[in-house]
Design a protein around this ligand. Structure first.
Ligand code: GLU
Ligand code: ZN
Length: 493
């Protein structure tokens, strides 16, 4: 057992995206590596942006990916509740204590006043930030603001010192005092902000390591200062948490991968049929390396060797092709019946089946899977390639040849080829790959003297509906004599 406590604390807004999953993974791996705890906290204090759907999607995503949490929603733990929306009294109480101890103060400045003064500071060539106007108001000044009905925000009083911390990823990082002005922790409405609730919960939940994206680097000096204040009033008990900022993830054109980029949506990966193992494997490579040039590993294997000190501070490139190819490696690594099980829900989703496959259909699928396992990189591709096997079965749509493929391949020239194939196959007594192959080769290649593409292309389209399919002879065997012959004859006009 170790005392390491890390957290994943997304805000439930919009769809889960890969950047946030990478953060979750690195925290999860660190907790598992050290034998510490992985805490899942929902930062849902912004009622205008948060949604219940997004909350559900977050839980569902972590479960789909197999990242189990030791404390958090639906699991509970010693620091429950883990949804910040249910912790409002805690924050109100702490804000009160920070005000009473002088670590925070009421600021009565209006938005326009703040903006005017920022403008003036810019014009004077100074850093535009809060100028401390309300830091030391007299009782009279306060009374006069209150008489004007001004509702104050609560501002945290930053110490006039520089802040340095030894970042676990980036080494020493320093922010000069003048770049970190006093900041708002509670709105005039009484609503606590991220600037308060995030570091407060890190303290209360005894977080030891904060691993998060580089975009949050500038909030770290504020959080360290707030930590020190909480320590001085007896709320924080342990040491300051250690911070490690994970590198940016870059998308196309060397721009930061944005939530709006299609390849950043977790949903897309689920829809296309990436395996959770494949996606996590790829995300692990964004800023970290297993070592020994090893690029194929499970999250459990990652956890055995994961160390924050080996995270690279340089921006990481997101490469969808590589992600897909690693997913293909994972698909090839599965046993046929396991892959069949993974494919099953996609058969329904892609309209190949009307309802969850029966045991019999699963068995057919497991038999057919080896035909396509080598050439599929996503489950959806596999389903498209195998759909022909289930067509015409009870619970499946009728078989149709793709119209564009038919126009290209099932031409008038193809008619004699199909006729010869039909005759050769209907004469067969046994029905297996070997005899099918020799019958078709004999009839089409030897007797009609056709090139393989011209010979087998029409048969392939007639029985599978597509030009890209699993190997032809095996496909015919799996499809069975009756349906194979029926489809060839349907293509004969
Ligand atoms: N809720 C914050 C976010 O989603 C958490 C930031 C952090 O990890 O400190 O950006
Ligand atoms: Zn003010």
């Amino acid at each position: 057992m170790s005392n390491v406590r890390v957290r994943f604390c997304p805000s439930p807004t919009g769809n889960p995206h890969v950047g946030m999953i990478r953060t979750a993974l690195f925290n999860w791996a660190y907790a598992r590596h050290t034998g510490g705890k992985f805490i899942f906290r929902i930062e849902d204090t912004d009622i205008t942006r948060d949604s219940e759907q997004s909350y559900k999607d977050l839980l569902d995503s972590l479960r789909w990916l197999g990242m189990d949490w030791d404390e958090g929603p639906e699991v509970g733990g010693p620091h429950a509740p883990y949804r910040q929306s249910q912790r409002m009294e805690i924050y109100a109480d702490i804000a009160k204590q920070l005000l009473a101890s002088g670590h925070a103060y009421h600021c009565y400045c209006s938005q326009e006043e703040l903006e005017d003064r920022r403008e003036a500071a810019r014009a004077a060539g100074k850093t535009p930030g809060y100028d401390g106007a309300c830091r030391n108001l007299t009782e009279d000044q306060k009374a006069s603001y209150i008489a004007q009905d001004r509702a104050p925000v609560v501002r945290f009083r930053m110490p006039d010192t520089d802040f340095t911390w030894n970042d676990l990823v980036r080494g020493d990082v320093t922010f000069a005092a003048e770049h970190v002005p006093d900041y708002v922790i509670v709105r005039a409405t009484g609503e606590p902000l991220y600037t308060l609730v995030n570091p407060v919960d890190d303290v209360l939940m005894e977080i030891t390591h904060v691993l998060r994206g580089e975009d949050l680097l500038s909030s770290t000096p504020r959080q360290l200062a707030l930590y020190d204040a909480l320590k001085s009033i007896g709320i924080a008990k342990g040491e300051r948490p250690l911070y490690g900022h994970l590198p940016y993830v870059m998308g196309e054109g060397n721009k930061k991968l944005s939530k709006r980029d299609p390849e950043s949506s977790l949903l897309m990966y689920r829809e296309e049929g990436y395996l959770p193992e494949g996606l996590l494997n790829y995300l692990a490579l964004l800023g970290w390396a297993f070592g020994e040039d090893r690029e194929f590993f499970s999250k459990e294997e990652m956890a055995t060797v994961f160390d924050v000190a080996r995270v690279n501070a340089n921006p990481a490139r997101f490469d969808l092709k590589k992600c897909t190819s690693i997913n293909g490696d994972w698909i090839r690594s599965l046993a046929a019946d396991e892959l069949a099980k993974r494919l099953a829900p996609y058969l329904v989703k892609e309209g190949v089946l009307d309802a969850a496959p029966s045991d019999n259909q699963l068995a057919i699928l497991a038999g057919a899977v080896p035909l396509v396992q080598e050439r599929m990189e996503t489950l959806k591709q596999g389903v498209v390639m195998l759909g022909f096997i289930f067509a015409d079965e009870p619970g499946s749509p009728a078989f149709v040849v793709d119209a564009a493929e038919a126009e290209k391949v099932l031409t008038a020239d193809a008619q004699p080829v199909l006729a010869a194939a039909f005759t050769a196959l209907s004469e067969l007594e046994a029905w297996n790959t070997e005899v099918i192959e020799s019958a078709l080769r004999g009839a089409l290649i030897d007797r009609l003297e056709l090139k393989p593409k011209v010979a087998f292309g029409p048969v392939r389209v007639a029985v599978t509906g597509r030009r890209v399919s699993p190997p032809l002879f095996e496909s015919l065997e799996i499809l069975g004599r009756e349906r194979s012959l029926a489809r060839i004859s349907a293509s004969l006009k």
